[in-house]
Ligand binder design. Sequence first.
Ligand SMILES: [Zn+2]
Length: 246
Amino acid sequence: MLPHFDLDTIKFGTDPQTFERAIALYESGKVTHYEDDAYGCSAIVVGTHPYRVFVDARHYDRGQCDCYLGQKDVLCKHMVAVAIQAVTLGEPLSDKEKKRVDEVVCSGKIGELTKEHLASVKKSIAGAIRYIKAYTGPSRKWFIYQSSLCEGVHRLAAIICELPVSKQTAKLLIDLLLRLDHKLQFGTDDSDGTVGSFIYEVVALLEEYVGYDPKCAEAFRSLIGKETCFEWEEPLVRYLDEGRFR
Ligand SMILES: [Zn+2]
C-alpha cells in the first residue's frame, strides 16, 4: 500500500509531544506485526500494554487504537508510530527528518535566492498556505480544521527558517504576511491564535532582518497605508517613519 500521506504530513500535523513519543516508539521497535492493504495499515504497538492499531490509508490521523486516548477518538502516539512505519517502511529516520520547526528563526545568512530557488520557494509557500483555509464546516470538524492550520503554519516556518536575509526575501515575507492577513479577514477562523502568533513571529524576524541589513526595510514600503487585522504592520512601518532607513 502507498499511503496518501508522507512524513511531512505527519510531522507538521501532529503536536510536538505526540510526534516525539511516536518516534521513540518507532525507533525502539515497538511497532510489531505491521501489515497493510488498500484500506490502511495495522500493527500491534507495544506500549504499557500491547495495543491493536489501525491507520487509514488516506488520513494518518484517522483510524483506531484501543488505548485510553484512542478509545476517545484522540490521535495517540501509537497511531502516529504506525503511520511513521507506513511511510518509512522500517528505514531509520535522519535527524533532519525528525526535526520539527515550531518557531520562526533567522538563518543568519545574508544573500539573495537565485531565480530558480526563489521560484521553488514561492511554490512551496503556495503549497503550505493551502492548509490555511477558510472554515465553513460544522463545529465537530473544528479540531481537524485547527490541525490543518497548525500544519500550514509549521510548513511555512520550516521554509522561512532556511531563507537568507536580504531585501528580496524580506519582500517575499511581506507578501506572505499580506496573504495570511487577507485570509484572516476573509473566512479563516483563527480562534486559538495559530495564524496570529505566526504573523507576530514573522514580524519579529523581519525586524531581525533589518538588524542584519538595513536595506531590508525597503520591502516594508508596500505596507504603508494598509489596514491589517491586528495592526501587525505598525512596528515595520515605523522603520520608514523614523527615517532609520533612507
Ligand atoms: Zn493508542
